[in-house]
Every structure is written in structure tokens, then in C-alpha cells.
Design a binder for this molecule. Structure first.
Ligand code: PLP
Length: 357
């Protein structure tokens, strides 16, 4: 029996996506070859890449003038590629967690970094407010969903300078006004596909504004001009992303995803609030629909391991919180069925019955 998979990443994929990938691993569209053993430049793989890029644009409603790329290196390489390509003098960053800090560290290699808002003072349990985006910055960088701390920016904000977002863990979880962003990027392994591929969506006019020389593989222009085929792309992960995009389209697109995700998140947050044994760690206004972080009520502190064992007996995995928050984290990405969320809520209730009542 398939386990209830609450892992933060790599994380759950839709059943149908895994099954269709397995088919293509054996035989892609009946061509008598695996998707893993064909030339990336042949027509069969070209069709996969073309459809993946086109569907990404269609589902996310990407306006004209943007390019969709599938690259290697993870979101972590984008922490470096973004400033390499776009930071001439100064960039503004919002410091909302561990991933934001890593992005800031890389940007400092290329210019001045102004941290205009931070929630470090409270272990990143909220999204900073009331900051001012400097108009002389080359761009403003945010992390829309803070996977580790369970906070999320759910609105597409206005920015006087190009807005750049690490959307690794909430891409395609809701409709997004891409026209408000200059560039969005993310590793696929949270909400889109397996590890090994990174998506970048960039507005063309951001390019060509820095004077430094950029090594070929790190230059966005290289990958745009070559349709993500300058070198061999991660063919199999791209194929799985395509299957996820097809699955999202079939389910009704991003409005539907948003509705499902809000429903799932509400079930768990309501239970955390009701249940005597657990306390949510993120501030209510900032909390994420993708990663739900909670800890044991201090009165029951000793039962933390007990609870994890209890969930394991119920066939649940991936609920241990990140070491920088402790406690528990339920990652409930797009592919997580509402049934698994209900099973977790039931388990939390049972645990309370057993130990607190
Ligand atoms: C997981 C994650 C990353 C790191 O992605 P890699 O592909 O492992 O480099 C970056 N940002 C966020 C928000 C993440 O959740």
C-alpha cells in the first residue's frame, strides 16, 4: 500500500504522473525506446520539451515576452545565476528563511545587497511587512513559500523594480500574475517533478543589462537561444514535469489547485488550533498552504517521538520538522490527496484521545 507521503522534498507526485512516467521509461509513446535512451535532439524528445514549455505557459498564463527554461543545478544554482545575469550594482532582498539567506549570500558576490525586510528576529515565523522597495535597485528578490518555516507570500505584489521570486515550493499551487514578475525560478522536486530539473521563467527585457562577462553555461541567453538544449537537458525529469502539467490541466488548472490546497491546509490548521497537544509555529496571517509547521504543546514535550512513531504506524512518512524549527512539518503539495490530510487529522485526534484526555 502506498504511504501517506508528507515529505518536504523530493516529495509526493500524483499517482498517475508516476505511472505514466513508468510507461515512458519502458517505451515512450510506443516508439520502441525508453525516454531515457533517445537523443535529446531527436523529434520524439523535442516534442516532450516543446509540450512541457507550452503547457507551463498555458497553465500559468505566462504573457508574451517571457521564456520558459528547464535547466540543471537546482534552485541553488539560480541563487548565483540571478545576480550573475541581473545584478549590476545593487539588489534588494527579503530575508524570510534559510533559502532566502542562501540567495543573499550568493548575490553578495556580485554587488551590494540591501536586506529591506527580515523575520530573523522571530525564527522566520512571519512574512515581514511595511518595507520599502528601493527604486534604484536592479531587482527585488523574494521567496514566495518558505518551505522550512511554513510561511508564504500568497499575493503577487507590486514592485517598482523587477520582482524576482524563488517559487520552488509553491509553483502551480495557485493562479499567479506572472506579468508582475521579471523572473521566477525553482527546483522541480517540491511541486512539479522529480529532483534534477530546475525551471526558470524570465521576461526577455531583463537581459543584457550587466557589463560583466558571463560564463556560457551560466548565461540565461545561452539557454534561451538554444531552447534549453545547449547541453543535454535532464530528459527524464523534464518528461515527469510534463506529466504533472498534463495532470494539473486535466484536473482543472490552477483555480482548482488553489481550492484543493486551501481546503487541505484549512483541515490541518483547524485541527492544530483545536487539538490540545499541538501548537502551530507560523503566525496565522503568514502561514503556508504548502508546508504546515507545528510543535508539541510544551506540556506534552516528551511525547514528540511518540507522535512520530504513532504516525509511522498509520503508514505516514515525512512528518519530522526541519531541525531549525523542530517538531513536525506536514508538506501538503499539489499532489497530496485530501484523503491523506484527513488521515493525518484523524491521527492527531486519536493521539490526543490517547494521551491528553
Ligand atoms: C528546496 C528549496 C530550494 C533548494 O532547491 P535545490 O533544487 O535543492 O537547489 C530553494 N528554495 C526553496 C524555497 C526550496 O524549497
Amino acid at each position: 500500500m502506498k504511504k501517506h507521503n508528507f515529505s518536504a522534498g523530493p516529495s509526493i507526485l500524483a499517482k498517475e504522473v508516476i505511472e505514466n512516467t513508468a510507461k515512458a521509461v519502458n517505451d515512450l509513446n510506443g516508439i520502441g525506446l525508453s525516454v531515457m535512451e533517445i537523443s535529446h535532439r531527436g523529434k520524439d524528445f523535442q516534442a516532450v520539451m516543446d509540450e512541457a514549455q507550452a503547457l507551463f505557459k498555458e497553465i500559468l498564463n505566462v504573457p508574451e515576452g517571457y521564456h520558459v527554461m528547464f535547466l540543471g543545478g537546482g534552485a541553488s544554482l539560480q541563487f548565483c545565476m540571478v545576480p550573475y545575469n541581473l545584478l549590476a550594482l545593487k539588489a534588494a532582498y527579503l530575508e524570510t528563511g534559510s533559502w532566502a539567506k542562501k540567495a543573499i549570500k550568493e548575490a553578495k558576490f556580485f554587488g551590494t545587497v540591501e536586506i529591506i525586510g527580515s523575520s530573523a528576529d522571530n525564527n522566520f515565523n512571519y512574512i515581514p511587512r511595511g518595507y520599502v522597495i528601493p527604486e534604484d535597485a536592479d531587482y527585488f528578490h523574494i521567496t514566495t513559500n518558505n518551505t522550512i518555516f511554513g510561511t508564504q507570500i500568497k499575493e503577487d505584489m507590486d514592485s517598482p523594480v523587477p520582482l524576482i521570486a524563488d517559487v520552488s515550493s509553491d509553483i502551480l499551487s495557485r493562479p499567479m500574475d506572472v506579468s508582475k514578475y521579471g523572473l521566477i525560478y525553482g527546483g522541480a522536486q517540491k511541486n512539479l517533478g522529480p529532483a534534477g530539473v530546475t525551471f526558470v521563467i524570465i521576461r526577455e527585457d531583463l537581459l543584457g543589462k550587466v557589463s560583466r562577462q558571463i560564463p556560457t553555461m551560466l548565461d540565461y541567453k545561452t539557454h534561451i537561444e538554444n531552447g534549453s538544449m545547449f547541453n543535454t537537458p535532464p530528459c527524464l525529469p523534464v518528461y515527469t514535469c510534463l506529466e504533472t502539467l498534463r495532470w494539473i490541466k486535466k484536473l482543472g488548472g490552477l483555480e482548482k489547485m488553489k481550492q484543493r490546497n486551501e481546503e487541505k491546509a484549512k483541515l490541518i490548521y483547524d485541527e492544530i488550533e483545536r487539538n490540545l497537544m499541538f501548537i502551530g509555529t507560523a503566525e496565522k496571517e503568514s502561514r503556508s498552504d504548502m508546508n504546515v509547521c507545528f510543535v508539541m504543546n510544551p506540556d506534552f514535550k516528551d511525547l514528540e517521538k511518540e507522535f512520530l512513531d504513532f504516525t509511522a504506524q498509520k503508514n505516514m512518512v515525512g512528518l519530522k520538522g526541519h531541525r531549525s524549527v523542530g517538531g513536525f512539518r506536514a508538506s501538503i503539495y499539489n499532489a497530496m490527496p485530501v484523503e491523506s490530510v484527513k488521515a493525518l487529522v484523524e491521527t492527531m485526534k486519536e493521539f490526543e484521545q490517547k494521551y491528553a484526555k
